[in-house]
Design a protein around this ligand. Structure first.
Ligand code: ZN
Length: 150
């Protein structure tokens, strides 16, 4: 398939392709560690391969990029103006998978925490991590979903 992206678009897209151990994930891991929590990372035998798994707390944590995971209402989630339909399908698919994974995990008795990258940006980081700590100490029946956006 021909590469129809301009260099500008390519760098736009590439900036969203990240490997393991992305910075936002490290923020959460360091925070948990500092607070005495122990966890496993990139557990492949659980739905969606959660970024952080805390067996003792029966909790999994996903740290999602706002773009790939289609963070609704978020200013970092903007469908590109070119190949709009392709991007929309791609992101809708990843959102549907996220929902399915969350449901499977809940059915198996896991608490599911989803943190979007924008919630770890400097302005919201402290609040988000504090919420996470509160949640780990007293998980509610529902999954933890932060609704704030920077
Ligand atoms: Zn976001």
């Amino acid at each position: 398939m021909a590469d129809v992206h301009t260099p500008e678009q390519r760098s736009f897209n590439m900036s969203r392709i990240r490997g393991k151990d992305t910075k936002p994930e490290m923020i959460v891991r360091q925070f948990l560690h500092k607070n005495g929590f122990r966890y496993r990372i990139h557990v492949k035998d659980l739905p969606g391969k959660p970024d952080i798994v805390m067996p003792k707390y029966r909790t999994v944590i996903f740290i999602h990029g706002c773009f790939w995971h289609g963070h609704e209402g978020c200013r970092y989630f903007i469908i590109p103006k070119t190949r709009t339909e392709w991007w929309t399908n791609k992101i809708m698919t990843s959102r549907r998978k996220d929902q399915e994974n969350t449901q499977s995990l809940r059915n198996a008795g896991w608490n599911v925490v989803t943190i979007f990258e924008c919630e770890l940006r400097p302005l919201l980081r402290e609040k988000s991590l504090k919420n996470l700590l509160l949640y780990l100490r007293a998980p509610s029946a529902d999954s933890l979903d932060f609704n704030d956006h920077e």
